[in-house]
Write a protein that binds this ligand. Structure first.
Ligand code: 5GP
Length: 114
């Protein structure tokens, strides 16, 4: 079992259900939910069930699980265009010290199409 959570991390608490969240997709290795401060409708976060600050701290299995989930979530939002974002480290604007991938739909871009 690769899963490793810690006691005081807010994202570990979300995975455990100790902090409520709007869950999207849960797999053996990742958990995803709506961002509490969305930059656009459907802004979501995907987190590994492994508490590490940066990508280099996380086993590759978790990272491999995250991208197919990102694709599913992005498709479900209906947005044609979106950003996948991972702020890796404080200088890169990471606030929560548990690796997370943002899925940020760009509805204006998709609305202009077609
Ligand atoms: P960062 O800047 O670390 O890449 O982004 C952290 C993200 O986590 C922010 O977009 C913020 O809104 C989100 N966030 C922080 N705390 C919570 C929380 O308790 N619940 C949810 N759903 N999102 C959170």
């Amino acid at each position: 079992n690769l899963v490793k959570l810690t006691a005081d991390c807010i994202f570990c608490k979300i995975i455990r259900g100790q902090i409520p969240s709007f869950k999207l997709v849960e797999t053996e290795l990742t958990y995803s939910f709506l961002d509490i401060g969305p930059l656009s409708k459907g802004h979501s976060l995907i987190i590994p069930k492994y508490c590490g600050v940066k990508l280099a701290d996380i086993p590759d299995e978790f990272l491999a699980d995250a991208m197919p989930v990102a694709k599913k979530i992005a498709i479900a939002t209906g947005a044609q265009d979106y950003n996948i974002l991972q702020n890796n480290g404080e200088i890169a604007h990471q606030v929560v010290k548990h690796v997370h991938f943002h899925v940020i739909p760009k509805p204006e871009a998709s609305d202009k199409q077609g």
